[in-house]
Design a protein around this ligand. Sequence first.
Ligand SMILES: *Cc1c(COP(=O)(O)O)cnc(C)c1O
Length: 375
Amino acid sequence: MPDQPSQPQPAQPVESIRVRPALEALPAYVAGRPPADDGRRRFKISSNESPFPPLPEVRDAAIAAMTGTNRYPDAAALQLREALGAEHGVDPSQVVLSTGAVAVSGDLVRALVGDGDEVVFAWRSFEAYPILVGSHGGTSVPVPLTDALEHDLPAMAAAITERTRLVLLCTPNNPTGVSLTTEAIEEFLGSVPEDVVVAIDEAYREFHDPRTVLDTAALFRRHGNVVVLRTFSKMQGLAGLRIGYAIAHPRLARALSQVTVPFGASLPAQAAALATLEPAVRERLDEQAAWIRSERGRVQSALAAQGWELPASQGNFVYFPLGEDSAAFAAFAEERGVVLRSYGTDGVRASIAEAEASDLLISAAAAWRERADQR
Ligand SMILES: *Cc1c(COP(=O)(O)O)cnc(C)c1O
């Protein structure tokens, strides 16, 4: 029923519950903001979303699955797990699904981290990490990125203590875009105790230059403490359906299944995800990813020609390390038609999406530099 603005609001009861003190200290997850509704056309390139709507086969699969949604989804999600198991060369029981890679990361924390146990991750990295850790009673150990905005793996190894249960590596790193090499992770793993789980969050893997992309399968095969996180939200364009997964060794896979929300990945989400693995669909998604990569190259070259020195991003985004100027640059760009994601006094991230949005970003960046040069 529509609200009746003329009616007085009923009095609210006094709420005296007590939430866990840890929640008071948590930063809020800042979702990419929708563009201001002032009639001007703006592109929201603040959430690393795909500019491509779902392919017809994917949409149709999700819609067809709706006819069965009076039933719970197959708890085993066997078809999808078999397909993903085949893709990754693991048993289907080692594929653990949930409502997105963020949910799987939360499951990792719940499965591994007791009160006061520590989780090591690079910072700045994915802003969900400290929230997931803190909300589940763990202690975040953020390790600053290097000056080149890369994971400082030696410092991360040095930050591991007896309380460390989990290390999160994000590659390509959100929001800086810099990626890790197989050799660097291999060396890092050599200095991590084997009972500490190392999660490799590859949400942006498909946007990486395929010639130098991480040999995740080899790392997984060689190390019993490695777990891989993947999502359908970015390249496959299913962010709104919420589905992601872990590739885990057997005991951890079982532990994740023990703590995860039952029937987390919905029937339409499973059906859509399965449809993205069909070879003909996959081929077109690969073409979309290739387009994003080349568009990223176009944006990076244009910005470099303006004199910007940005980290070499392998994600579907670029990062402006603007420090104190971050918020001002984001506001400046928004005035010129693109909504970006600003991170405090660290930097600003812009997603690679529609070419028109990239054009607006490039011209906003040029105008910003001209203005800065005049000061
Ligand atoms: C976007 C993103 C994800 C994806 O999360 P979903 O819950 O699957 O939508 C995971 N990790 C990182 C680093 C991301 O940026």
